[in-house]
Design a protein around this ligand. Structure first.
Ligand SMILES: Cc1cc2nc3c(=O)[nH]c(=O)nc-3n(C[C@H](O)[C@H](O)[C@H](O)COP(=O)(O)OP(=O)(O)OC[C@H]3O[C@@H](n4cnc5c(N)ncnc54)[C@H](O)[C@@H]3O)c2cc1C
Length: 479
């Protein structure tokens, strides 16, 4: 029997798992997909928001600020990419100037210090951002805005939690929960028992809550679509938000840690089956809206588009609470700024909600640090030369677009919470994330996965069971 079962391995489940691993608690994460963090956590803007935007007094406001302040340290401990690029909310007319003045006040109420938010004039905006649209007349400047790499943020939290004793069961969709003197959690593969269950299932939050309680909230998926620009485009230096509207933070231009630029997201309630689909109208909406804030966008440099679903709650706030069924904790409605807020609310969940059920003895072997990742494209020539001499796999480039070596791919497969699929490799080390989108390196990634996992190449999948890429051997090739 486990002490705690976490359902869901997005950034919420991942950060909660790491927090729990600080204590002597037997914990397991149950995840329905082939890999961790395959839903909202892998399809968002990657922004560590400053906390200027949420309505004061909400959980979003509270945990956004706290999370923003924790991100740098978490990124250092777990070796997660982190870019302190800053951000600005732009205004293109006098009404929007009033809006950013209101946001300025809101930011201070939410807890930003006076040196962490200021209104800047057109000339200053232009000096910071040469491609800002001509119509922008003022902006709210937010130096504590940053950018992370969301997949790695979740994966690193789970890897570190596993290094500290947490277990992970993938391809285990929770379909039934019974409350006896303990919880009996049935998945489509097995049965698990625990004293406490945490529901961190994103857009499926209400469905899973309904297995055991009568939730007071309803979660609906709200889709956001994006364009991704090639990494050789240096369009903006910081995150450029439009003035907010009733649709939320609006279409943002976001520089990514690895050099790409994101344009998006849109905002539209959709059916569950439509969450990850991009549409011609959505992408057209991005083009129309983004033109108000940024100009000179080279649309011929788009490398891909994607979409993700926000878990929007009927309560218009995060739902982070123990339900009326004691021991069943909901971490639901975690839409934006959930990626930012996760390290802060994970601490709250463990210290305030889980702790009432256990004597929280510290895990004396707990190590907050993840083993460093060797990213060869960030090394100096001498460092690269040394790592090549230590291990020649770090001298063999597999992904030419992103310059990812065999050594990095092998490492990503062989860690705790390691890659098992082609997309798993891409999400961890970015092999296949560049201009050719895996056109050149995919076959070699399949070879490496098969060799390291000691399975047949035909068994290697793209991203989920049944998505095998190779169907049969040809020309008498040996298995
Ligand atoms: C378009 C968009 C843009 C965003 N931009 C930002 C941003 O820039 N900054 C920011 O701070 N936040 C942003 N967010 C919000 C952020 O992405 C989310 O708050 C966060 O990823 C939610 O994480 P989660 O773990 O709660 O949910 P998810 O990542 O969705 O994870 C839920 C997990 O539960 C699993 N699961 C579901 N049902 C079951 C079941 N029955 N059994 C087992 N497993 C199950 C799923 O497979 C999934 O892995 C954005 C979100 C979207 C969609």
């Amino acid at each position: 029997m486990y002490d705690v079962i976490i359902i869901g391995s997005g950034i919420s489940g991942a950060t909660i798992a790491r927090e729990l691993s600080r204590f002597q608690l037997k914990t397991i994460i149950l995840e329905k997909e082939y890999d961790v963090a395959m839903e909202a956590t892998m399809a968002n803007s990657a922004i560590v928001h400053s906390g200027h935007d949420p309505i004061p007094g909400t959980l979003k406001a509270k945990f956004n600020i706290l999370g923003n302040r924790m991100y740098k340290q978490m990124s250092e401990e777990l070796d997660i990419p982190y870019m302190a690029c800053g951000g600005m909310v732009t205004a293109i007319n006098e009404d929007q100037v009033h809006l950013i003045e209101e946001l300025y006040e809101r930011a201070l109420i939410n807890g930003l210090r006076s040196d962490e938010v200021k209104i800047i004039d057109q000339e200053t905006v232009r000096s910071l951002e040469p491609n800002i649209a001509d119509g922008v007349i003022k902006a709210l400047h937010l130096p504590t805005t940053a950018v992370t790499f969301p997949w790695e943020a979740a994966i690193a939290n789970i890897e570190n939690a596993m290094d500290n004793g947490v277990e992970l069961a993938l391809e285990n969709k929770v379909i039934k929960i019974e409350k006896l003197d303990r919880f009996v959690v049935t998945t489509d593969k097995s049965v698990y028992e625990a004293k406490v269950v945490i529901n961190a299932t994103g857009v499926y939050g209400t469905d899973v809550a309904k297995l055991v309680t009568n939730p007071h909230f309803e979660i609906r998926p709200r889709r956001g679509e994006y364009y991704v620009l090639d990494k050789d485009v240096r369009l903006v230096n910081s995150v450029i938000y439009p003035a907010p509207s009733e649709k939320g933070k609006g279409v943002i231009v976001t520089p990514q840690y690895h050099g790409n630029t994101l344009l998006g997201p849109t905002s539209e309630y959709v059916a569950f089956s439509e969450i990850s689909k991009t549409t011609a109208s959505g992408l057209e909406y991005i083009k129309e809206n983004v033109a108000q804030t940024v100009q000179n966008i080279p649309y011929h440099k788009i490398v891909r588009s994607f979409a993700g679903g926000r878990a929007t709650s009927s309560t218009e706030d995060f739902v982070i609470e123990e339900s009326e069924v004691k021991g069943f904790i909901n971490v639901c409605g975690i839409e934006s700024p959930g990626l930012t807020a996760a390290p802060a609310f994970a601490k709250y969940v463990v210290e305030e909600l889980v702790s009432v059920h256990f004597e929280m003895k510290p895990n004396t072997d707990y190590n907050p640090r993840r083993r460093k990742v060797l990213r060869t494209n960030e090394l100096t020539f001498d460092e690269l030369n040394n790592s090549f001499h230590d291990n020649q796999k770090y001298g063999r480039i597999i992904c030419r677009c992103e310059k990812i070596t065999e050594g990095e791919i092998v490492d990503a497969i062989n860690r705790n919470c390691g890659a098992r699929s082609v997309v798993g490799v891409k999400n961890r080390v970015r092999a296949g994330a560049g201009r050719c989108q895996g056109g050149f390196c995919q076959s070699e990634v399949i070879n490496i996965l098969a060799r390291e996992l000691k399975v047949d190449k035909l068994d290697i999948v793209y991203n989920k069971a049944g998505s095998n890429i190779l169907k049969e051997t040809t020309k008498g090739e040996q298995k």
